[in-house]
Design a binder for this molecule. Structure first.
Ligand SMILES: NC(=O)c1ccc[n+]([C@@H]2O[C@H](COP(=O)([O-])OP(=O)(O)OC[C@H]3O[C@@H](n4cnc5c(N)ncnc54)[C@H](O)[C@@H]3O)[C@@H](O)[C@H]2O)c1
Length: 357
């Protein structure tokens, strides 16, 4: 099997996960790591001494040996990077959202469509064992006809104003994963929606949002997402589950980021499965991408279209929430306290800690 040569752009939190997974998979070679920030480059040199560490992305575009450009910096400028990578004949793996505005996301999608190059987005829930196991269970008919899909993901994660300014409020930045995976279950397109949000700590944007509505095929959904969950609690925790009801049975999942447990209560099968959570499943994404390169067509790759649909609907939910009463609770002083706490947290202590400048 020929090696797949990658150039990684952005070595922050997600770039760190990508580098680790790329280096652990012997099919892949990391030839370049590109970051605009010297401390990130210094760290990359320590972790990947055989890679060329640069602040010039053109090194990656101009090297004919590079097969895949992995875009893990921020959404600003990502559309242009996607266009340039494809123009230079590279395949692309992109973080989500694939650009910093819907207009640019559509442009990026257009750039890969019909380009003959492969592309994938790190909509990582699609690569998780638990969501695939639950989908298979639903498709087997064990819960009857799919009726209600409820997703909840609340963590003390990235707080407002702390970073990811180009990715939008929490329900867009993180919530688009849950918008996407709900659509994956429904197997249909979103039809109606009503959203309720809360402006925690009097921040200008809502950081807690719940949306309910229907799909074209009549499936009802309910999504709750926030990064406001117990930010100042002494010992932080989170609440993350999927709860899916059919006309005959149910299937549900919860996790603690270490292990995930799937509970299946079907007409014939009653089973509980607990396995390691799997984190961002980048190992699975890389394996599927390699298989896709071998086959010359996408195999189990979350697509740019999936990312655009999820992003657009997440923005719609945020827009809708502004048309209803949107209370504020808490103060900007509390938010300062949260920023300081997260600033001082070490890797592994908090949720979704980004690399601070
Ligand atoms: N798929 C997921 O589950 C998931 C989870 C978290 C974040 N993300 C996405 O991943 C992206 C990165 O997030 P993060 O949390 O790693 O952020 P981060 O701030 O930790 O890292 C970003 C890195 O990109 C670098 N960078 C910025 N501009 C650059 C440029 N022009 N060229 C090269 N490097 C540049 C920064 O110096 C930094 O090292 C965001 O778009 C975010 O939405 C995805």
């Amino acid at each position: 099997m020929s090696k797949i040569v990658a150039g990684l752009v952005g070595y922050g939190r997600m770039g760190g996960f990508f580098l680790k997974a790329l280096m652990a998979d012997e099919r892949w070679v990391v030839k370049y790591v590109c970051d605009s920030y010297e401390p990130s480059r210094r760290k990359a040199r320590e972790v990947a001494p055989n890679a060329i560490v640069t602040d010039n992305i053109d090194d990656i575009y101009d090297d004919p040996e590079v097969d895949v450009v992995v875009l893990a910096a921020l959404a600003e400028g990502r559309c242009e990077r996607i266009e340039m990578a494809v123009a230079k004949g590279k395949h692309v793996i992109s973080e989500k959202p694939i650009a910093d505005s819907l207009e640019n996301e559509r442009r990026a999608w257009k750039a890969v469509e019909g380009s003959g190059r492969l592309s994938a987005v790190n909509l990582y829930l699609r690569n998780s064992w638990y969501h695939n196991m639950m989908k298979d269970f639903i498709d087997s008919g064990e819960i009857g006809e799919l009726a209600v899909v409820r997703l909840c993901h609340m963590t003390p994660g990235l707080s407002p104003g702390e970073g990811h300014d180009f990715e939008g409020p929490s329900f867009h930045d993180c919530g688009m994963h849950y918008v996407d995976i709900t659509r994956f279950y429904a197997g249909s397109e979103y039809k109606t929606m009503r959203a309720q949000a809360m402006r925690f700590w009097n921040y200008k944007d809502p950081w807690w949002l719940q949306a309910q509505g229907t799909f074209e095929n009549g499936v009802v959904f309910d999504i709750t997402q926030s990064h406001t969950y117990g930010q100042l609690s002494k010992v932080q925790t989170h609440l993350s589950y999927a709860d899916i009801q059919g006309t005959k049975g149910i299937v549900r999942m919860s996790h603690d980021f270490k292990y995930s447990t799937v509970d299946m209560h079907g007409v014939n099968v009653t089973e509980r499965v607990t396995r390691p959570h799997g984190g961002k499943n980048i190992d699975v994404l890389l394996k599927n991408f390699a298989a896709s390169i071998d086959a010359g067509r996408p195999i189990n790759l979350p697509s740019f279209k999936d990312a655009v649909v999820a992003s657009e609907f997440a923005w719609k939910c945020l827009d809708d929430a502004w048309t209803h009463d949107m209370p504020a609770k808490g103060t900007l002083e509390e938010l300062d306290e949260i920023h300081q706490r997260r600033w001082n947290m070490k890797e592994g202590e908090g949720y979704g800690l980004i690399r601070h400048k």
